[in-house]
Design a protein around this ligand. Structure first.
Ligand code: SAM
Length: 287
C-alpha cells in the first residue's frame, strides 16, 4: 500500500469503512498476520491486522478505558491482571493506572505488533511497557492459559476478531482455562464485536461462557472505528454481585484510585450494562 491511496476495511462483505492513507508508517506480513500502520487525517495513526482496524489514536481511549476500568473498579482489589492479546499497549496503559495492581502480564501471539506499536503508536502504551510490574509473554493466549498454574484477579481478552489467530480465543476450551486461572471473585472480560453486525459472536460467546461461569453478560460502548453500532464486551464471573454495584460505591472506588478518564465514569460503568432488546432477545433464545 502506498501514500495517498485509500485503505478499505475487509471485515464485512457488503458494508464497510475506508481511510485515506496520508502516510504508510509500517507494513509487514508477520509470522501471524498482515500488519499495517498508517496515518489518516481524521483518526490519526491507525493500526490494522489482516485488513481489520484494531485501533486508532483518536478513539482508542474509549475502548481501552472500558476494557480495563469496568472489571478493575468492579473487582475493587485486583492485584494480578492478565491481558490476552493487547500488543498495542493501550489496555496495559490503563491497567497500570491502578496503583493497587502489582502484577500485569500480557500474553500476545505476535511480537511484531508490540515492536511496531511501541515505535509508531507510542501514546498507546505511554511508557507502560517499562512499568516494573509488567511482564510480556509472546505466546498464543490459548497455550498460555492452558499451561498456566497462575491465578489472576482480572483477565482481559483484548483479541482480534474470531478469524485468523484470534479464533482460538473464542472457544469453550479457552473460556474454561480462564475460569480455572481466576481467583475467587475474579472477573473475565473480552472484546466481543459490534453486536448489530456480529450478533452471532456475542450469542456464541454467551453460550460457551455459561458452561464455565455462573454470571455471564455483556457491557457496551460505542467506539467509532468499530463501526456499525455499540461494541459489546463479554463479562463473566462466579459472583453476580460484581455486576450490580451502586454508582456511589463505584464513584468512591474511582476517587480512591484517583482515576481521571476521558470516557469512563461511574454512571457510564453502570449504564454500559444496559443492552438493546434485540441482543437480550437473541441471548435468551440461545439459552
Ligand atoms: N481493540 C482490538 C479489537 O477490539 O479488535 C484488538 C486490538 S489488539 C492489537 C489485538 C491483539 O490480539 C493483536 O496484537 C493480536 O496479535 C493479538 N492476538 C490475536 N490472536 C491471538 C492469540 N491467539 N493469542 C494472543 N494474542 C492474539
Amino acid at each position: 500500500m502506498s501514500n495517498q491511496e485509500t485503505w478499505h476495511e475487509t471485515l464485512h462483505d457488503h458494508f464497510g469503512q475506508y481511510f485515506t492513507v496520508d502516510n504508510v508508517l509500517y507494513q509487514e506480513t508477520t509470522g501471524q498476520q498482515d500488519l499495517v500502520i498508517f496515518e489518516n487525517a481524521a483518526m490519526g495513526r491507525v493500526m490494522a491486522l489482516d485488513g481489520i482496524v484494531q485501533t486508532t489514536e483518536r478513539d482508542e481511549f474509549i475502548y481501552h478505558e472500558m476494557m480495563a476500568h469496568v472489571p478493575l473498579i468492579a473487582h475493587g482489589n485486583a492485584k494480578k491482571v492478565l491481558i490476552i492479546g493487547g500488543g498495542d499497549g493501550g489496555i496495559l496503559r490503563e491497567v497500570s493506572r491502578h496503583p493497587g495492581v502489582d502484577q500485569i502480564t500480557i500474553a500476545e501471539i505476535d511480537a511484531a505488533v508490540v515492536t511496531f506499536c511501541k515505535k509508531y503508536l507510542p501514546r498507546h502504551n505511554a511508557g507502560a511497557f517499562d512499568d516494573p510490574r509488567f511482564t510480556l509473554v509472546i505466546a498464543d493466549g490459548v497455550d498460555f492459559i492452558s499451561q498456566s498454574s497462575e491465578k489472576f484477579d482480572v483477565i482481559i481478552s483484548d483479541c482480534t476478531d474470531p478469524i485468523g489467530p484470534g479464533k482460538s480465543l473464542f472457544t469453550s476450551d479457552f473460556y474454561q482455562g480462564c475460569a480455572r486461572c481466576l481467583n475467587q471473585d475474579g472477573i473475565f472480560v473480552a472484546q466481543n464485536g459490534v453486536c448489530f453486525l456480529q450478533q452471532d459472536e456475542a450469542v456464541n460467546s454467551h453460550l460457551k461462557l455459561r458452561h464455565h461461569f455462573s454470571d455471564v453478560s455483556f457491557y457496551q460502548a460505542a467506539v467509532p472505528t468499530y463501526y456499525g453500532g455499540i461494541m459489546t464486551f463479554a463479562w463473566a464471573s462466579q459472583n453476580p454481585a460484581l455486576r450490580h454495584l451502586d454508582t456511589a460505591t463505584l464513584a468512591a472506588c474511582i476517587d480512591k484510585t484517583e482515576l481521571i478518564c476521558r470516557y469512563y465514569n461511574a454512571a457510564i460503568h453502570n449504564g454500559s450494562f444496559a443492552l438493546p432488546q434485540y441482543l437480550l432477545n437473541a441471548l435468551s433464545v440461545s439459552r
